[in-house]
Write a protein that binds this ligand. Structure first.
Ligand code: DC
Length: 245
């Protein structure tokens, strides 16, 4: 007779990459919440270090100055998908990291190799400490931070759809106004070009990532798609474990 209790599912690591406005954050949080996983927004960490540089008078265009200061701020990320948090030297940074000033400076700061090394180490240690597993969103998770992730997703969407979504998220922006949309689209395309063109771990799709074009999908459809992929990877892994036991 079978007496062994069913063991808890193994920890699962999911990396979700893609440019801004593709629905990465909403998707990653919802997938993590549905599957009981932790959630890490690595973009918030790059924004947090950028905010610290700006607040401390560091010229963000001076790569040597940014590199010299990269180790100074203490960045702490709370990984509950229903209430993620971020602090810098103990101060709540959730609001300040979303300002236009930070958004305009973040690509320059995140191109500096010392910044990337520091945050990559932090991200790996957070993922390693998540017992049930974690959904990590960013630009280089599948290629650099967690190349052994159980599932890698690369989200895309047309620049028009991304601009409309971003405007919908920003207070005071009108998702329907063509001039506002064009300005948001231009800013997104510029930031993507900087993120994709930098030398150190640029925004890129890993060879083994599953690409999901979200242009014509609702958030619920994208979440469903990713949850189904995670579950099928999990059962495939459990099957392999049973066969080799
Ligand atoms: O996801 P976001 O828009 O909040 O990210 C802000 C910036 O941080 C983005 O323009 C590029 C950078 N970033 C990065 O270089 N690597 C990551 N893993 C995540 C974000």
């Amino acid at each position: 007779m079978e007496t062994a209790a069913r063991t808890a599912p193994a920890a699962v690591i999911v990396g979700i990459d893609g440019p801004s406005g593709t629905g990465k954050s909403s998707t990653s949080k919802a997938v993590a919440a549905k599957l009981g996983l932790r959630y890490l927004d690595t973009g918030a960490q790059y924004r947090a270090i950028t905010w610290w540089m700006l607040s401390n008078g560091i010229d963000v265009e001076d790569a040597a100055a940014v590199a010299a200061a990269a180790g100074k701020p203490e960045i702490v990320s709370g990984t509950d998908p229903s209430a993620p948090t971020i602090t810098v030297d103990g101060a709540d940074a959730a609001g300040p990291i979303r300002t236009q000033e930070v958004t305009s400076a973040v690509s320059a700061v995140s191109a500096v190799p010392e910044v990337r090394t520091r945050l990559t180490e932090l991200q790996r240690s957070i993922a390693a400490a998540a017992p049930q597993g974690i959904v990590v969103e960013g630009r280089d998770i599948g290629t650099t931070v967690l190349p052994d992730a159980d599932l890698k997703i690369f989200l895309t969407a047309s620049p028009e759809a991304r601009a409309a979504r971003r405007n919908g998220e920003l207070k005071g922006k009108n998702a329907q106004d063509p001039a506002d949309l064009a300005a948001t689209r231009a800013a997104l395309v510029k930031r993507d070009a900087a993120d994709s063109g930098r030398k150190t771990s640029p925004l890129a799709k890993a060879a083994d990532a599953v690409e999901v074009d979200t242009t014509d999908l609702t958030l619920e459809q994208v979440v469903e798609c990713v949850v189904t992929l995670v579950e099928s990877r999990r059962s495939a892994a459990e099957g392999t474990e049973k066969r080799s036991a």
